[in-house]
Design a protein around this ligand. Structure first.
Ligand code: 0L1
Ligand code: MG
Length: 237
């Protein structure tokens, strides 16, 4: 069952074709869902991808309430998901992608070595972006891509920095780093608790500072985090 569900999600991503939710008959619970996620990432690694970090999801009160949960979730980031700052995302390589403004940390020696503004590209492999909690965990928490802006030393007090998500120069979302676990630095102990070891050089995507916005052809997306700078991408058809 684990391998079959991983195959269905992996093939959905590869073929850019959403799959139906698994439904109650699949009997998927949270521990099984993380086993599916591990099998999914094993398939990516078998194709030559390298794990380069992890992400946390459902880190805001709003998303937890929306999903009816009280716990953050996590997924894997690979080199194939990394989009260079200012780079191009091809919509044809995704199903129905959205972008959300995030904060990224660089991990060294089990600690946070640097911080950067970031954009996460989420793309559910389920029809209409609808899923249960175990289903979204199995789907690697909708991870699909990420952009990391320039790294810098972590300034004092990053718990309430203003965040802007602009599309084509117009403000699409306004938020605060406070939406990320109350303080994005809490992502590190949460990630260690959930994922175990974090390797040197890994990126930790701490979570979204505002709601996700659908990505449309030609869109220029820019995320600005007060004191940290900007990260951007362009969407091509
Ligand atoms: O990164 C996230 O918070 C996404 C977690 C999964 C839920 C979603 O796809 O919105
Ligand atoms: Mg996210």
């Amino acid at each position: 069952m684990i391998d079959d569900l991983a195959k269905r999600l992996d093939e959905a991503a590869l073929s850019r074709t959403a799959v139906a939710q698994f439904g109650a008959d699949a009997g998927l619970d949270v521990p099984n869902a993380y086993a599916v996620q591990a099998a999914l990432v094993a398939r990516r690694r078998a194709r030559g991808e390298t794990v380069t970090g992890i992400k946390l999801g459902l880190t805001s009160r709003a998303k937890m309430v929306q999903m009816g949960v009280d716990e953050v979730i996590w997924g894997w980031l690979t080199d194939a998901m990394c989009v260079p700052d200012g780079g191009t995302v091809r919509l044809s390589e995704h199903i129905h992608p959205k972008v959300e403004p995030e904060v990224a940390f660089l991990v060294e020696g089990g600690a946070i070595a640097a911080v950067a503004p970031a954009i996460e590209l989420i793309d559910s492999r389920y029809v209409d972006f609808r899923f249960t909690l175990p289903e979204v965990i199995a789907d690697n928490t909708s991870a699909s891509g990420f952009v990391v802006g320039p790294w810098r030393r972590v300034p004092d007090g990053i718990d309430n920095l203003g965040v802007l998500l602009e599309i084509d120069g117009r403000v699409a979302q306004v938020g605060s780093t406070a939406a990320i676990l109350g303080d994005p630095r809490r992502a590190l102990p949460q990630a260690v608790r959930l994922a175990g070891e974090l390797r040197d050089g890994w990126v930790l995507l701490a979570g979204a500072a505002a709601a996700a916005v659908p990505l449309t052809p030609g869109a220029h997306v820019r995320v600005t985090v007060e004191q940290l700078g900007t990260a951007s991408l362009r969407a091509a058809a």
